[in-house]
Structures are given as structure tokens and as C-alpha cells.
Design a binder for this molecule. Structure first.
Ligand code: EPS
Length: 376
């Protein structure tokens, strides 16, 4: 149950962190989209462990195999099955905690729910599962770009208590891809390196915030009432491991705003602001769709903590192995993928019901908003 999401573009993921393989099935992708195994590499690499000292040092090859749905380089409209074989699982790291519950981990709730679980590498609750979301997202990103000129990109917008500091340099999308944090201000990267080095040494972990932005989304995507674009985005982001909060546009900051400030005024030249995050009434307005996602601190710590075991005894839990001190650091590609998958699903749904409506009024141009949470 519940390992699938999306309506007209439906993605199912399967697999455990230490099982033989992880995979996904993407059903509903229109035919004729050119896609090759090589095209998955970039995003999969951006998300992968072991690519910097600031993430888990597990080193997976993460090579994608296309098992179905593509013939002679084009999607056929049939289910696209993708597979990645796990090659670097070290299950003995989990021997000591196999019968224990790490505080703040899904160990406890999986056990109470199912009465049987695969504890190796966190099993199904591992961040390893997110690899397949990123793989599916590659297809959605490509389709959105080719068919609608939509681009989806993200950046880290907070690491622990560190916020982007505009006084140190300008927000730059090109900088995002040049550092292991997806941070948009170059001059701050050394400070983040030092922050993470100290954190890792301390044995503790920290949370992070990721902001994802879609450009080029036309007005009209999203279905009232129970299929709102923002509702689907919230559900999609919340389904990522360790996510504890999702905001659309100004999100919770809207609480303290006045209506005269929050309303995005309209002119023939464009909207004058984008507090709504590009969504009105659950439907895209033609502005940038902006979503930000809060990740909690990773629960696998080598610092001893009070936990319980399956016998109901209090135990001291110490997690050894190769864990992320901040899982949010490599979550940017995951959030991008989830936004792309939601947008593609909504685009197909819009086409299905409203494809004949066409343009009824001139579109209000989107204002070019530079996304940085430093301005908050
Ligand atoms: C993870 C724990 C670690 C990470 C893993 C996520 O697994 P292991 O103990 O097996 O090394 O390496 O991340 C990945 C393997 C990945 O591809 O993201 C966890 O508990 O979520």
C-alpha cells in the first residue's frame, strides 16, 4: 500500500536500502519522449552519498538500468521500469541496533505497525529510496522542459541556523551546482564547510531547508479542491524521509503579513510580487512556483541516546556506520524531482480535462523573483 503517487503520471518505488536492488515503475508517461540511461546520471550523482566528506560515505555506483517502456531511445507509453542494484551495503553496522529503536527514527513506528521489518540500513525507511524519485524526476523534468518550457531547480536555503547572507554576495543559480551544499552564495561556502566539519566531529546532526522553484509554469495547472497543486506539492514533499514542514510561497510568514502586503498586485507588465508562491486557489497563476521544505536533523547519531528495544527495555542507543550529519544537504535534487513529478502529473490532468479551453484572457507576465530566503 501507498508506495505509489500521482494520478495520470503514477510513480511506484520499491526496494530496501540493503536489499539486492531499488527500483521504480513510472506509468502514464506519454510516448515519444527521448530518454537514455546516461541522462539519469547527472541528477542521480547530485543526490548520491559519498561524493563529499559532508555526507554518508557509502559509495554506490547508482547505475540506472531501463527495464521497460523505452524502445529505440523513445518512451512507448507503457510502464517505464528503472532499476539500480545496491552494491555497497554494509549490513553488519546494523547488528547492534537490529532489535533497538533509535530515538526519533522510523524504527519504532515500522515495528509497531508491521511487527516485522528489515532493519538493515533502515530498510524501506532509508533515504536510499529517494534515489528512485530522482530517477523518475529526470523523466518529468525532461518532459516539462520539452513540452512546456518549464524548468525546476532548487537550492539549500538554510543549514542549521545558517541563512543565506546577501551582504556577502549575490544569489547565483550557477553557484548552486559548484558546491556540495547546493548553496547559492559562493562567499559563504567556506563557512558552511567549517560548520559541517565541526558538526561531524561533534557526532551530532542538524536540519536544513531546501527551496525549489519552477519557472515557466503556465496558468491553470492544479485541480480544486482536493487535487490542488499546493496540496499535491505538500503531500509529495512530506513523503520524503525526514521532512517536517513544507511552505508554499511565504508560507508561515503569511501569518504576520497584512493583506495589502501579501496580495500580489497585477499589472499589464506582470505581477508586482510573489508572496503566493505562484499558486492561487490551488491553481498555478503563471508565476514562479515556489516551495520550501524543512528537513529534521538525522536521527542516526553516534552520541549515546536513550531508546528502547523490542522487549520493552530501556537501552542506550549508539549508531555506528556511515550516516549523514545533515540529510538536507543532498535533498535538493529530491525536492526538485518531487516538484517535477507533481507538475507533470498536473499538466497531464489539465490537458485531459481542460485541453480545449485555450487562452481566455491575456496572461499576466510572471515577475522575475530572485529566490533567496535571506530576504525573509
Ligand atoms: C541512510 C543511512 C545510510 C546512508 C543512506 C541513508 O545507509 P547505510 O548505513 O547503509 O550506509 O548511506 O543513504 C544512501 C545509501 C543513499 O543512497 O541515499 C538512512 O538511514 O536513511
Amino acid at each position: 500500500m501507498s508506495n505509489s503517487f500521482g494520478r495520470l503520471l503514477r510513480v511506484t518505488t520499491f526496494g530496501e536500502s540493503h536489499g539486492p536492488a531499488i527500483g521504480c515503475v513510472i506509468d502514464g508517461c506519454p510516448p515519444g519522449l527521448a530518454i537514455s540511461e546516461e541522462e539519469f546520471a547527472r541528477d542521480i550523482e547530485r543526490r548520491a552519498t559519498g561524493r563529499s566528506r559532508h555526507t554518508s560515505q557509502r559509495r554506490e555506483t547508482d547505475a540506472i538500468e531501463i527495464l521497460s517502456g523505452v524502445h529505440e531511445g523513445l518512451t512507448t507509453g507503457t510502464p517505464i521500469a528503472l532499476l539500480i542494484r545496491n552494491t555497497d551495503a554494509r549490513s553488519k553496522d546494523y547488528n547492534n541496533i537490529a532489535a533497538q529503536f533509535r530515538p526519533a527514527h522510523a524504527d519504532y513506528t515500522y515495528w509497531q505497525k508491521y511487527g516485522h521489518r528489515d532493519p538493515r540500513g533502515g530498510g524501506r525507511s532509508s533515504a536510499r529510496e529517494t534515489t528512485m524519485r530522482v530517477a523518475a524526476g529526470v523523466i518529468a523534468k525532461k518532459w516539462l522542459a520539452e513540452r512546456h518550457g518549464v524548468t525546476v531547480r532548487g537550492h539549500l536555503s538554510q543549514l542549521g541556523e545558517v541563512l543565506p547572507d546577501a551582504s556577502l554576495g549575490a544569489f547565483d543559480w550557477d553557484v548552486v551546482e559548484t558546491n556540495p551544499f547546493f548553496w547559492p552564495i559562493d562567499a559563504q561556502v567556506p563557512a558552511l564547510e567549517a560548520y559541517m566539519d565541526a558538526l561531524r566531529k561533534s557526532g551530532d546532526s542538524v536540519g536544513a531547508r531546501v527551496t525549489v522553484v519552477a519557472d515557466g509554469v503556465p496558468p491553470g495547472w492544479g485541480e480544486p479542491i482536493y487535487g490542488k497543486l499546493d496540496g499535491d506539492l505538500a503531500a509529495a514533499m512530506m513523503s520524503i524521509n525526514a521532512v517536517k514542514g513544507v511552505e508554499i510561497g511565504d508560507g508561515f510568514a503569511s501569518v504576520a503579513q497584512k493583506g495589502s502586503f501579501h496580495r500580489d498586485e497585477m499589472t499589464r507588465d506582470g505581477f508586482l510580487s510573489n508572496h503566493a508562491g505562484g499558486i492561487l486557489g490551488g491553481i498555478s497563476s503563471g508565476q514562479q512556483v515556489v516551495c520550501s521544505v524543512a528537513f529534521k536533523p538525522t536521527s542516526s547519531l553516534r552520541l549515546p541516546g536513550r531508546g528502547m528495544n523490542v522487549l520493552g527495555e530501556e537501552v542506550e542507543v549508539v549508531t555506528t556506520g556511515r550516516h549523514d550529519p545533515c540529510v538536507g544537504i543532498r535533498a535538493t535534487p529530491i525536492c526538485e524531482a518531487m516538484m517535477a513529478l507533481v507538475l507533470m502529473d498536473q499538466a497531464l490532468r489539465h490537458r485531459a480535462q481542460c485541453g480545449d479551453v485555450g487562452e481566455v484572457s491575456p496572461r499576466i507576465p510572471a515577475t522575475a523573483i530572485i529566490t533567496t530566503d535571506a530576504k525573509r
